[in-house]
Design a protein. Structure first.
Length: 287
């Protein structure tokens, strides 16, 4: 990555005379903001309306003021400009970091918005299911306490970072995170789904789970396919009796879990959902 967009202007990562964010910025000092990751395929930012809606809701919840020009159209134009500057023509992962501007300590002096957009190329031109199932276990050291900010992708991400490190230390692909009521809510970087007897289960947003854009897409695809879907509390016992377990996020799509401790899983339903997802995504490409 050589370029980024800062508040609508293309900047260089390495320009010493024009640093994007200084050491006194609130995003650096207090992790005061949110972020969004968006998959781009064939120049199209996927599900951008849903991403934009979640960003606006997240900014409102954090009491950060979005300017009038912060629209879906403006975001799409900035993403296209950045991809052109980076020479990315195919698939990409775009990150938007939205933080509060201005001075102050725990009580901010102002609540204006700074936006940084970065992009990096990705190889696949569609969502591809992992060949080997992921190995997972429950991260025991920290718990999520659900609150009105839990559903957003907050820059303050200690529990996700620590769970990822814990998974590495235990030779796992990822970790599952619990809330303070011991319900399993998500993984280190994805929403969680179980399939049991042809029924799809996922933690409800009141449990502390992130309101993932891909999570919503998967629920809608499952309902369209005639599956029953329940948003409910999930426990370790539910993992042990499930037929399939998979994870979802906007960049990677769906990834199936092969094992939880001694339990092993299939992935036929997950494969069908990936096919349905790619069919929907292909309809978004320009002819």
């Amino acid at each position: 990555m050589a370029s980024l967009i800062f508040n609508g202007e293309i900047r260089s990562f390495d320009d010493p005379d024009a640093p994007v964010l200084g050491c006194g910025h609130r995003g650096f000092l207090y992790a005061d903001g949110i972020f969004e990751t968006i998959r781009v395929i064939r120049g199209v930012p996927l599900f951008l309306e849903s991403h934009h809606q979640r960003m606006r809701e997240g900014l409102k919840a954090h009491r950060i003021h979005a300017p009038l020009g912060f629209t879906t159209g403006a975001i799409a134009k900035d993403i296209v400009r950045l991809l052109e500057a980076e020479g990315i023509e195919g698939s990409a992962r775009v990150r938007m970091t939205l933080s509060r501007r201005g001075a102050g300590y725990y009580s901010p002096v102002s609540s204006e918005l700074d936006v940084v957009i970065t992009a990096e190329a990705m190889a696949p031109m569609e969502y591809v299911l992992n060949e080997k199932g992921l190995s997972v276990d429950i991260y025991p050291e920290m718990k999520c306490t659900p609150n009105h900010l839990s559903r957003f992708k907050n820059i303050a991400a200690n529990i996700y970072i620590q769970s990822g490190l814990w998974a590495q230390e235990h030779n796992l692909d990822t970790a599952l995170i619990q809330n303070d009521r011991m319900g399993i809510i998500e993984s280190t970087a994805s929403n969680l789904f179980l399939v049991s007897n042809g029924v799809l289960y996922t933690p409800g947003l009141d449990s502390g789970a992130t309101a993932g854009v891909m999570r919503t897409e998967i629920i809608n695809l499952a309902l369209a396919a005639g599956m029953k879907v329940y948003e409910c509390n999930l426990t370790p016992q539910n993992l042990l009796i499930a037929d399939e377990v998979f994870l979802s996020n906007a960049v990677q799509g769906l990834r199936w879990v092969g094992s939880y401790r001694t339990k092993r899983y299939f992935n036929s339903t997950t494969q069908g959902l990936v096919r349905a997802l790619n069919a929907k995504v292909s309809s978004l490409y320009p002819v």
